[in-house]
Design a protein around this ligand. Structure first.
Ligand SMILES: O=c1[nH]cnc2c1ncn2[C@@H]1O[C@H](CO)[C@@H](O)[C@H]1O
Ligand SMILES: [Zn+2]
Length: 371
């Protein structure tokens, strides 16, 4: 797509591409390049549903476009299958960072479930080391223009969350910034993993929980009030606790009010939500109302492969749907940076030294009519 389209704010896709972006919710095993999957599948003898890169990319996008989270998640069988050796994992991690840097991402937290990568004989520790090696190589090849951290995910239908939480603590000063749980939401409440969350709290660590995506308010309530989540993965269903009256006035239920009052970050992933049926379209996505109501909203990609998306694409979709301008993009970006699981001084440094000056320049360019 070119930057030709004229939008209400006059913002172009090229400006969105050049703007610094911050990504808090991106799955390593949901962002492989199709050609890489083909190469790695040939190496390990895994059979794929398509053997040509464009066709395979289309297969992922179409299969994920199912209206159901469970069916969406089935597509990960193929990406996880080819990520079972150290070199394969390192390659995927390096390319991930290169792709994010090329998309203008300056800070990213990338998550994956180590327990899903031990079928080829790697230990959990070796999996984390292989990812870190790839991240370091990616950062170096991007000339240090991006800072990346790992989030370790435990699968909510499994019973390894305590082990994974301990792994996150063991790696906390070597590239791992926090913990998450993911997988099918209905039937697997976050309270199943309470011991892991309590352990992380005792360790003064950070975690986010996928909640309020395929299941509603009880899941969000448990994630925050039972488990103590610092952030919510998706959290779109918080909209069910908000009433917009005919006269336009808005009423927040107690949970929605708590989330807003406490500035709990919402890791929103619009394209993914449309695919899994958590939202009917980008234009209808609750992000529009939640931003207006000043929730701590962030914009994320979730799975770049399955959603054929990028940070630029997500933000560009929102620009087109809601008429956002440079200042709105800056607001999302600063929100995300403030919500990162990075030490406060490092967050502040990225905001003051990288994000704000770049947005000031983009705003100046635009008022000078050069965009
Ligand atoms: O949107 C999502 N909701 C819940 N689980 C997800 C989503 N996207 C990916 N995963 C799950 O997280 C695992 C580790 O990265 C993936 O293998 C996938 O099963
Ligand atoms: Zn996710």
């Amino acid at each position: 797509m070119s930057s030709a389209a004229a939008e209400p704010t006059g913002l172009t896709r090229d400006t969105v591409l050049r703007a610094p972006k911050v990504l808090l919710h991106d799955h390593l095993d949901g962002g492989l390049r199709p050609q890489t999957i083909i190469d790695l599948a040939a190496d390990c003898g895994h059979e794929l549903p398509a053997t040509e890169a464009v066709a395979l990319g289309t297969w992922f996008a179409e299969s994920a476009d199912s209206g159901s989270l469970e069916r969406y998640l089935e597509t990960f069988d193929h990406t996880v299958a080819v990520m079972q050796s150290g070199p394969a994992i390192t390659r995927v991690a390096r390319e991930c960072v290169e792709d994010l840097a090329a998309d203008g991402v300056v800070y990213a937290e990338v998550r994956y479930a180590p327990e899903q990568h031990v079928e080829g004989g790697l230990t959990l520790d070796e999996v984390v080391a292989a990812v870190q090696e790839g991240f370091d190589a990616g950062v170096a090849s991007a000339g240090g223009r991006i800072v990346v951290r790992q989030l370790l995910t435990a699968m909510r239908h499994q019973a390894r969350s305590m082990e994974i939480a301990e792994l996150a603590i063991a790696w906390r000063d070597r590239g791992v910034a926090g913990f998450d749980i993911a997988g099918a939401e209905a039937g697997y409440p976050p309270t199943r993993h309470l011991d892991a969350f309590e352990y992380l709290q005792r360790e003064n660590s950070h975690f986010t929980i996928h909640a309020g995506e395929a299941f509603g308010l009880p899941s969000i309530w448990q994630a925050i009030q039972w488990c103590g989540a610092d952030r919510l993965g998706h959290g779109v269903r918080i909209i069910d606790d908000i009433t917009v009256h005919d006269d336009g006035s808005v009423e927040l239920g107690r949970l929605a009010a708590y989330v807003r009052d406490q500035r709990i970050p919402l890791e929103m992933c619009p394209a993914s939500n449309v695919q899994t049926g958590a939202a009917t379209s980008i234009a209808q996505h609750p992000i529009g109302l939640l931003k207006k109501l000043r929730f701590r909203v962030t914009v994320n990609t979730d799975n770049r492969l399955m959603s054929q998306t990028s940070m630029t694409a997500e933000l560009w979709d929102l620009v087109q749907a809601f008429g956002y301008g440079v200042r709105d993009l800056e607001w999302f970006t600063v929100n995300a940076m403030k919500s990162a699981f990075l030490p406060f001084d490092e967050r502040l440094d990225l905001i003051e030294r990288v994000i704000k000056p770049a947005y000031a320049e983009l705003a100046a360019e635009r008022s000078a009519g050069r965009d």
